[in-house]
Ligand binder design. Structure first.
Ligand code: PXL
Length: 279
């Protein structure tokens, strides 16, 4: 069984970060090692969250794993709790991210043009340099604009505007840059990306559903990682991520009892298995 590593927080309530990544990656048939970056009582859409920073635990976990000689097929990072943590993630990349190990960075730090609580410009700058070390980056529109220091073009940015952002992101040095949560010119909702190795744009959307929720970026990134490590080509893995995330959003929209802080990704796990060709 392939083993991957994911580094992100535990939001005890929130259906995001590790509580979404672990079930999705397990469903994808991958052994998933975790480095929890922080424990929050809930994700930061809520006010009054508790926040235990686990930065001090990161070096010890790394040293132990080096001694044990663990290896990983991919490393996927999500929400990181502090600037110091970004530096430590670099140490994990250096130790375990050698040749053939895909490094996927979701710079989870902003949405709707606003940084999540607790982040500032210095954090954005550091995240930008982590993205430069990744093979694949998966920012949303807000994160892309912030990392490039350009004005936020809004959630309904045109494909031409998104392509300008992609040009800037590709300039950071990443192989594949993908803007998630993109409104495509044909009215669908999905992603627009650029594969610098193959010199081609990647683009795909599913029917738009009028519901926005925290955690959908994490579901997209986890599914992409799971599909990629299962051998799907990057463009196909992105489509699988888009189809599954779209289905989770639609399921939630149609569920009158849905919670306000996350999507029903659990109910669509059978569909994920189909997309991955497992059933
Ligand atoms: O889903 C992204 C995310 C992850 N982790 C924490 C968050 C958020 C989004 O708000 O607050 C702690």
């Amino acid at each position: 069984m392939k083993r991957i590593l994911t580094i992100q927080d535990i939001s005890c309530i929130g259906k995001c970060s590790l509580t979404a990544a672990l079930p999705i990656l397990s469903a994808a048939g991958l052994e998933t090692a975790i480095v929890p970056t922080a424990v929050l009582s809930a994700h930061t859409q809520f006010s009054g969250v508790t926040f235990r920073d686990l930065t001090d635990d990161l070096p010890g976990i790394l040293d132990h794993w080096k001694k044990e000689g663990f290896t990983f097929s991919a490393i996927y990072t999500g929400y990181l709790g502090s600037i110091r943590q970004i530096g430590l993630v670099r140490d994990y990349f250096a130790a375990f991210g050698g040749e053939g190990v895909c490094k996927i960075v979701d710079p989870a730090m902003a949405d709707s043009g606003k940084l999540y609580t607790g982040f500032d410009d210095a954090f954005v700058k550091e995240m930008r340099s982590l993205c430069a070390e990744a093979d694949v980056i998966l920012p949303n529109i807000s994160e892309a604009a912030m990392m490039l220091g350009v004005p936020y073009p809004g959630e309904d940015a045109s494909e031409a505007q998104l392509k300008e952002l992609l040009d800037g992101l590709t300039g950071l040095g990443t192989r594949i840059s993908v803007i998630t949560g993109a409104s495509l010119d044909d009215g669908s909702f999905g992603f627009l990306g650029y594969d610098a190795d193959r010199k081609e744009y990647l683009r795909y959307g599913t029917a738009r559903v009028p519901l926005r929720s925290h955690g959908t970026g994490d579901i997209f990134a986890s599914t992409f990682t799971g599909a990629l490590v299962n051998g799907f080509a990057p463009g196909d893995a992105l489509k699988i991520a888009s189809d599954y995330t779209g289905a989770c959003i639609r399921n939630t929209y149609e569920d009158p009892e849905h919670v306000s802080y996350g999507v029903n990704f659990e109910a669509e796990i059978p569909y994920l298995l189909k997309l991955l060709g497992k059933i």
